[in-house]
Ligand binder design. Sequence first.
Ligand code: GLU
Length: 549
Amino acid sequence: MTNKEYSNIVIPEISKDWTYYENKYPERNLEKCAMVTRFAPSPTGFVHMGSLYTSFSDLQMAKQTNGVAYLRIEDTDGKRTVENGVEGIINDFKSLNITWDEGPTQGGAYGPYIQSERMDIYKAFAKKLIEEEKAYPCFMTEDEINQVRTMQEVGKLRIGIYGTYSKYRNLGKEEAIAKIKADTPYIIRFKSNGNFENKIILDDLIKGKIEMPENDQDIVIIKSDGLPTYHFAHVVDDHLMRTTHVIRGDEWVSSYPIHDELFKSLGFKLPYFAHIAPITIKEGEAIRKLSKRKDKEAAISYYSQKGIPADVIKLYLATVNNSGFEDWYTRNPNLTIDDYTFEFSKMPIGGSLFDIEKLNSISRIYFSSLTAAKIYDGLKEYTETYDKEFNEIVKREKEYTTNVLNIERNIAKPRKDISSYSDIKDLNWYMFDELFFEKEKNYEFQKINDKNEIANIIKEYFNSYFDLNDDKDTWFNKVKLLCDKLGYASNMKEFKQNPDIFKGNVSDIATVIRVSLTTKSQTPDLYEIMQVMGMDRINKRIDYLNNNR
Ligand code: GLU
């Protein structure tokens, strides 16, 4: 019996052989340095900060070299697959405005991009290996495998099915066929030629050269359910999809010898490898990987709920990803991530601590660079989903809301208090009648706290000094005139020299006006606030104060 006939018995019922797929998926026609990268998540529910970090590199590297970045769903491990996991991943990317050049939704010439739809392909290549006597059916039962393991543990030996532990490695074809005919369950194992005493070198693009022992394990390539293992599917897919750069988490470094041998045994050219160190978090004294189960900040939905824009997350990831980025961005705030050249050599070798404060501060800078109109659009979209009440107001009062957002924006140092869309209501509620009058208020009066004195200041000011048409200087001069009239120092220098002869100073008076209108002792520029509020809203707030305090 020829090896080909034998392979047809071990893996029956597929019509195409591996040469068909080799021809179907030819080398890509791209520029010489173009990178083909892939993001290959298991459908475990949703994209999280850690996986997003990896996909960020995939996307940037492909984009900046005019290459291709594609999405491949690795759903061959039933234990790691959750219901709607694929939709979860696709929706998360959508919410971040991330699009892949190829993938399950958009298709592409190298698909299907969901591994469970590629069964015949894996089988065709497993057959190739069987034909070349580089793979074989293994009939070991679970019990037998457990016994081997126990024995190895007791004897302090390396664990696994290799060398003499590989019971069916040298089984004759006829005996194997007899077992198959008798319906004995089996899986397909790779027949390793490696020697654990020999060394191979992984020339990792991020971590540099790493010396490791050769693989000698007869790893499973096709499981009893007919699905490939990660190792086998990775090698077959990255070859056929013509991936040039495998960028993946560094938990895979230790499996590299397996992949190295598989690529070579299948006659495939090895891609480049870049193993990314994880994003980590501090838990007490210990540092561990950011976990999507334990850390709420790991979920992408956490940021959409808070209203932190996708661009901010990307800026944060860029900052973690390449050591020079933050400095470059600070010097070139008008440029975008796509103008920066990311390099593997500038990526961190060890884990990077997740820093939510840094992310928030990047977000504040980002918001400060936006126009009020742009923030308005984002706020409208955000509140549509997360704050229906505010959304009604924002939609009804488009111009006013934009003006509110414009306060302290068109100046040399624009305001930096907004770090997310959810901050906007908390920071500006007092500007909106609907929110102002319905909210429980705590007037933060400071030095001048006496009810009658406050009432007097307010009455004098609005009756005789305030004019909405004044420019800022005139407006401020009038506040000073009011000070002079009421016995407060309009000149700070004079006040400092003789504090006792004054009831207080101009800043105390301004605070009274500020608190009366906003309840807050700290706000953006009072002149701008009053200009935007307009007479009607100002009057309502003053009346309210007079009647309720
Ligand atoms: N499916 C693997 C995982 O989720 C992907 C590893 C890789 O990128 O090759 O860990």
